[in-house]
Design a protein around this ligand. Structure first.
Ligand code: TMP
Length: 210
C-alpha cells in the first residue's frame, strides 16, 4: 500500500487522568491548520464493533478477568485497525488515536499481570500488524492519577488501586525504553499548556509543518 507523505499513525497513551483528552484536540487543530486531514479516533472503540464493546468493557457492574478483557479489546482492535485506521492512512490522513495497543500491555499485562508474551500472541492472531508511527506517552505519577480520578465518577478500570496503576506505568516505561524511535515520554505533571505545546511541537516537526 503506498501512503501519502502526510499519512501518519499517532497514538496517545498514559494512565488515567494524564490529560489525553485535552492534548488530542490541540494536536488535531495543529494538523488541520496546516491543511492536512485528520482521523480522530479512540480505543476501546473507533469502529461500530469497538464502540459497542467499549460499553461492555467499561461497565462497572460487570466483572471481567484479564483474558475476557483482552478478547473484547482485540476483537474491537481488529475491526478498528482494518476498517478505519488503515483506510484513513491509505487516504493520506493523520490518524490521532486515543490509546492503542500499548494500553493492553500496560493495563492487562502490567495492571492485571497477564503474561506479555500471551498478549503478543493474541495480537498476532488478531492480525494487528501495524503499530503507531509515533506515540505520546503522557507520564503521570500514579498517586496524582488516582487523585484526579477520585474527582469523577469512576468507570470499571478507574476503580483499580494505586498498585494497579503503578504496574501499568512500569509497563509503559519499559515499552518506551524498548521503542525510543516510536514512543515519546512527556511529563504530564507539568501545566497542561506545556504538555500540549510539547506534543504539538513534536508532531509538527514530524510532519514538517509549523
Ligand atoms: P479512556 O479512559 O482513555 O477512555 O480508556 C478507557 C479505559 O480502558 C482506560 O481505563 C484504559 C482501558 N484500556 C485497557 O485496559 N486496555 C486497552 O487496551 C485499552 C485501549 C484501554
Amino acid at each position: 500500500m503506498s501512503l501519502s507523505r502526510s499519512a501518519l499513525f499517532v497514538s496517545l497513551e498514559g494512565i488515567e487522568g494524564a490529560g489525553k483528552s485535552s492534548v488530542l484536540p490541540a494536536l488535531a487543530d495543529a494538523v488541520l491548520a496546516a491543511g492536512l486531514e485528520v482521523e480522530l479516533t479512540r480505543e476501546p472503540g473507533g469502529g461500530p464493533l469497538g464502540e459497542a464493546l467499549r460499553q461492555i468493557f467499561l461497565n462497572p457492574s460487570l466483572c471481567l478477568d484479564a483474558s475476557e478483557e483482552l478478547l473484547l479489546l482485540y476483537a474491537g482492535r481488529r475491526d478498528h485497525l482494518h476498517r478505519r485506521i488503515l483506510p484513513a492512512l491509505a487516504a493520506g490522513k493523520v490518524v490521532l488515536c486515543d490509546r492503542f495497543e500499548d494500553s493492553s500491555y500496560a493495563y492487562q499485562g502490567g495492571g492485571r499481570q497477564e503474561a506479555l508474551a500471551r498478549i503478543r500472541q493474541l495480537s498476532q492472531w488478531a492480525g494487528i500488524d501495524r503499530e503507531p508511527d509515533l506515540t505520546f506517552w503522557l507520564d503521570l505519577p500514579p498517586e496524582q492519577a488516582v487523585e484526579r480520578i477520585r474527582a469523577r465518577q469512576p468507570d470499571r478500570l478507574e476503580r483499580e488501586d494505586l498498585d494497579f496503576f503503578r504496574r501499568a506505568r512500569e509497563v509503559f516505561a519499559a515499552r518506551a525504553k524498548g521503542a525510543p524511535h516510536r514512543i515519546v515520554r512527556i511529563d504530564a505533571s507539568l501545566p497542561l499548556a506545556t504538555v500540549q505545546e510539547t506534543a504539538v511541537g513534536i508532531l509538527c516537526e514530524r510532519l514538517s509543518i509549523s
